[in-house]
Design a protein around this ligand. Structure first.
Ligand code: NAD
Length: 334
């Protein structure tokens, strides 16, 4: 199958070329992200391979369809950037990679947590400048601290396993409780209770209408004084201005982010010579107790290998007319 791969980075082609030896697809790489102005690049390709910040809305889907595209192969788990209703109307199939190493994201979550707690980001800069003072670097032990995990799917459950090893008390909130997670000693509670009782809150639920701005001004007010908030899930789970207010008042003690609501205009590109236009993001960068990574929680050898293999297998299944277990179905609202 000829596949137009959008938003290609060096790590995309390296892992896709390696995995493709077993599949034999024709991969054509485009550095450009997929959006209305670049959709024409896919003319004549039956399949487009896209990533989290590609724009796959109604207008783009119609353009792709006119150009002959029939399959959208997402090389990510989330599909909130795809207009599934329009894809279904056009008879286009959407496939994705639902799980590609939850441990990669879980471990990055804990890396953010530990960096913030033990002030690694500040210590790194100080030591490089010959400043060995320890003022302002006091952390706390994770043992016996209460961590609230919102969403105990694949990634959230992996986070609970790691934190169990640290001796944390773990509270969880999910619309569907996992008995295995409960059996490991995690206590499911309502969201209010989790926010009120947790020293650290970490978000692992998907971005859906019910979770949009889950952490808003009211949630910030409900949280424990000095709480640490970690979000490696999707940016729009958090109302960033509300979190900034929480940081300014001290209600929030630390924030670790791998995702940001407006990340589409920023992440995955080298903008170091450009003037940052996003004032909200710029304000976030001024806090000494905020660590941000640019959507890299998935970026491990293991995850990149699984992403490439699963994406290419999905496409092969579609090509052979087989049912693809990783197809994303459009659910009409009741
Ligand atoms: P998953 O589907 O296995 O788990 C999601 C969990 O959230 C499920 O248990 C589900 O019941 C729960 N949930 C759904 N709606 C909820 C709600 N309203 N309130 C509370 N819980 C709710 O997904 P996963 O593989 O664990 O991934 C979680 C999220 O992580 C994804 O949606 C994706 O946005 C994000 N992600 C980020 C990266 C990264 O690189 N930063 C990589 C992969 C995934």
């Amino acid at each position: 199958m000829r596949i137009a791969v959008f938003g290609t980075k060096s790590y995309t082609s390296t892992y896709f070329d390696r995995a493709n030896k077993a599949f034999g697809h024709e991969l054509v790489y485009f550095e450009a992200r997929l959006h209305e102005r670049t959709a024409r690049l896919a003319e004549g390709f039956p399949t487009v391979c896209a990533f989290v910040n590609d724009q796959i809305d109604a207008a783009v889907l119609r353009k792709l369809h006119t150009g002959g595209v029939r399959t959208i192969a997402l090389r990510c788990a989330g599909f909130n950037n795809v207009d599934l209703e329009v894809a279904a109307q056009l008879g286009m199939q959407v496939v994705r990679v639902p799980a590609y190493s939850p441990e990669s994201v879980a471990e990055h979550t804990v890396a953010l947590l530990l960096a913030l707690n033990r002030r690694i980001h500040r210590a790194f800069n100080r030591v490089r400048e010959g400043n060995f003072a320890l003022e302002g670097l006091v952390g706390f032990e994770l043992r016996r601290r209460t961590v609230g995990v919102v969403g105990t799917g694949r990634i959230g459950a992996a986070v609970t396993k790691i934190l169990n090893g640290f001796g944390c008390r773990i509270l969880a909130y999910d619309i569907a409780e996992d008995p295995e997670v409960s059996a490991s000693g995690v206590k499911y509670v309502e969201l209010d209770e989790l926010l009120k009782s947790s020293d650290i809150v970490t978000l692992h639920c998907p971005l859906v209408p019910a979770t949009h701005h889950l952490i808003d001004a009211a949630a910030v007010d409900a949280m424990k004084n000095g709480v640490m908030l970690i979000n490696t899930s999707r940016g729009a789970l958090v109302d960033t201005p509300a979190v900034i207010e929480g940081l300014k008042s001290g209600r929030i003690g630390a924030v670790g982010l791998d995702v940001y609501e407006e990340e589409e205009a920023l992440f995955f590109e080298d903008l170091s010579s450009k003037v940052l236009q996003d004032d909200v993001f710029a304000r976030l960068l001024t806090f000494p107790n905020v660590v941000i990574t640019g959507h890299q929680a998935f970026l491990t050898e293991e995850a990149l290998t699984t992403i490439a293999e699963t994406t290419l297998r999905n496409i092969s299944q579609v090509e052979r007319g087989e049912e693809c277990e990783n197809a994303v179905a459009f659910m009409a609202k009741a």
